[in-house]
Write a protein that binds this ligand. Structure first.
Ligand code: ADP
Length: 346
């Protein structure tokens, strides 16, 4: 089949799935690279890009093997779309998972948990977490937001919350209820200056307290808990992954090469640990001219040089001066630009 523009995405998805199934079932092609056939664990089509994630048993023995594998897929999936291929290596994961599952705990009254992560700080991860929480709430869900950025908690400022939380008779912390969201952050409990010097066991125990010693369902069961994680890939992420069943991760990055390079590291960590990544949000990507509506990129114009994430882009959000002001003033206002991302995911 030639390079046909497919209007019907569902048909296209089925066609791609079938073609990949054919590659793995009708030929011995995969045996060159793996002991067991890979499985296609995720396929998404967004903005003229096809994203495929394969579950493979072992990492490729060399880059050449990987290139050869991808060239074959590329030849068969012959559409006029960019093809991005990612991998989840599951050899190590079941061992880890088994250990993890034994220690994984539920947060009482919380249905689903999503992490918001970034490679670098300052890319708008906390802002995005709040926007996601507000957007999901607008969709009719009961939502909680946990600021797990132990080293730099910012939820007090973002939501204009400066009161200390109450405790229940059995000494559980009651989340602050604001604009219908259940909020919790270390910044509600200690001053931000104190939190920044916490490391190692202290940070870990603070995290456990925020997860399990908070009565998250105090104001009613939560459909979703959004967890804003610290930048990078550190102990807090590993603890969260070990402690909780994570339903999905949303990465946030700005378009600069340096930010994307770090976002790729975060992506690779979650993929390796078999944590589903829903996609990424490109934040502060451009400014819109108030006079002529022209979109001016802020950080770079040469997209060819941009390092590529192998996960779907959920939205490209402009720099919104009023949003920045709202964040500084603790106004919890939902911006439609973030709803685009939310509608893609949920
Ligand atoms: P991070 O959590 O990644 O460190 P923050 O969410 O604290 O980043 O955002 C850093 C700064 O950028 C804040 O001043 C915030 O108001 C601002 N900001 C984030 N996203 C946007 C946006 N789309 N438009 C304008 N300002 C933004």
């Amino acid at each position: 089949m030639g390079r046909q523009p497919f209007k019907n995405l569902k048909k296209m998805l089925e066609d791609i799935q079938q073609k990949i199934l054919n590659i793995f079932s009708e030929t011995n092609f995969w045996k060159e690279f793996f002991q067991t056939p890979p499985t296609l664990s995720s396929i998404k089509i967004l903005e003229q890009k096809i994203y495929l994630i394969f579950q493979i048993e072992n990492a490729f023995v060399s880059n050449q093997h990987q290139i050869k594998f991808e060239e074959k897929i590329q030849r068969v999936i012959d559409y006029n779309f960019e093809l991005l291929i990612g991998y989840e290596v599951f050899k190590k994961a079941p061992v880890l998972e088994k250990k993890q599952l034994q220690s994984k705990r539920d947060i009482v009254g919380v249905e689903k948990i999503y992490l918001v992560a970034s490679g670098k700080g300052g890319v708008g991860k906390s802002t995005t977490s709040l926007q996601l929480a507000l957007g999901l709430q607008q969709k009719g869900l009961k939502v909680g937001l946990l600021d797990a950025d132990i080293y730099g908690p910012s939820l007090s400022t973002l939501t204009g919350t400066f009161e200390k939380p109450d405790v229940t008779t059995d000494k559980k912390i009651i989340p602050i209820q604001k604009n219908g969201l259940a909020l919790m952050s270390l910044s509600f409990l200690v001053s931000a200056d104190k939190a920044t010097i916490w490391r190692g066991p202290m940070a870990q125990s603070a995290l456990l307290q925020l997860l399990f010693e908070v009565e998250w369902a105090y104001h009613g069961d939560l459909d979703v808990l959004i967890i804003d994680t610290p930048p990078g890939t550190g102990d807090i992420h590993l603890s969260l992954i070990q402690q909780l069943v994570i339903d999905g991760v949303i990465l946030v990055t700005t378009p600069q090469r340096l930010a994307v390079i770090d976002a790729v590291k975060a992506q690779d960590m979650f993929l390796k640990l078999n944590i589903p990544i829903l996609g990424y949000i490109e934040n502060m990507a451009y400014v819109v001219c108030s006079k002529c509506d022209h979109h001016q990129e802020i950080f770079c114009n040469d997209r060819k040089n941009v390092v590529v994430l192998k996960i779907p882009k959920l939205a490209s959000i402009p720099h919104i001066p009023k949003l920045m002001k709202d964040c500084d003033e603790g106004k919890m206002f939902l911006y439609s630009q973030y709803l685009e991302a939310i509608n893609t995911i949920f």
